[in-house]
Design a protein around this ligand. Sequence first.
Ligand code: PLP
Length: 433
Amino acid sequence: MNALATVVPTPPAASGSAAAAAKGALVAADLARDFPILSRPVRGRRLVYLDNGATTQKPEAVIEAERRFYRESNANIHRGVHWLSQHATDLYEQARERVRRLLNAASADEIVFTRGTTEAINLVAYSWGRANLKAGDEVVLTGMEHHSNIVPWQLVCEQTGAVLKVVPITDRGELRLDAYESLLGPRTRLVSVVHVSNALGTVNPVARMVELAHAAGAKVLVDGAQAVAHQPVDVQALGCDFYALSGHKLYGPTGIGALYGRRELLAAMPPWQGGGDMIRTVSFEGSTWADAPQRFEAGTPNIAGAVALGAAIDYVMAIGLDRIAEHEHRLLAHATEAAQRIPGLRLIGTAAEKAGILSFVVDGIHPHDLGTILDAEGVAIRAGHHCAMPVMTRFGIPGTARASFALYNDEADVAALVAAIGKAQQMFGGARR
Ligand code: PLP
């Protein structure tokens, strides 16, 4: 499809500061200006937004793409004979091509739009899982999975009689690869692993894990929710069979995400939801299915969301994901050093390979109290189990405070975080010794 450049208007931010940033070093404060919400004060203070692991803020280019879709292009897709419907269909399919490009998938037919990572994993569990798992088969997960990569497998294992195996993690928050290898065997059907842990920041050695799984005859799903906005991802280089992502963690809208699935696997998978758009023919005697990816996109999808996700992908690709990764690594190293100088603060997750996530506990202050005090200072972090309860159990803690970085964060945000933690310690009776 070559209409990409002509039909889709160039997102304003990608042609402005993002493009400028691509020419030199990434300047977070310049890029922050692309994000309208970052200039609003919160509780009378400058907003220091460090909850990017939960969701990222949206650049003007994404907000404008969604608004523009509804103002200029809105119609239902695929079934229409009129111009506007064909135009909306083009935009939707061009967004699919952008996801393909982001992941370097071989074909846009390998990209299924979903509501997000959770739905992408459920799709694989209910379609591939129910068709391929039987009693005694094994599904290998890791001890650092988000609940959305645990519960769907528990549900499908209950239905099929397959069993879950869990790769343990070390005190630093790394996977025990020796244990992983010994868990793999002739009964392993699937390995489902998080690329970047939202609770620990660990970047897992996914390519190596795929190699080992494939050698054992198993398929591999990678949960990329925390990876795609922070580093280049190449599903062909990783060799994985499925890759799941959420648009809202990638500077795009909520309610849109995608599943990459290898062509031959998607082709063999049965539908998991029925409805319009996923069929070839319907009669009361029986129905036949559309090819992938439409087979897995029953009903009217989030068309505007997909188009705006496409704009988000243009935005990060114009900056360069390698540049974003470099910036966030530098910031993480700076924040880690600063945090280690705070008496009574313990980092949870100190893996050698980490993305921009700083999880920690502070002596004598519950993470929720810490989060509330930081909020009063205008510093937005997350506190709790981060939907990764097994990680908290592993470390014997109720939860952590978590600062998670994005391309618009810089040293000033880290300084605000550190100052606010100091204030919390003073309030809690001078835990700072
Ligand atoms: N996997 C990981 C590692 C996550 O961090 C999250 C969300 O925080 C999810 C999956 C679920 O993503 P979503 O709620 O967008 O489906």
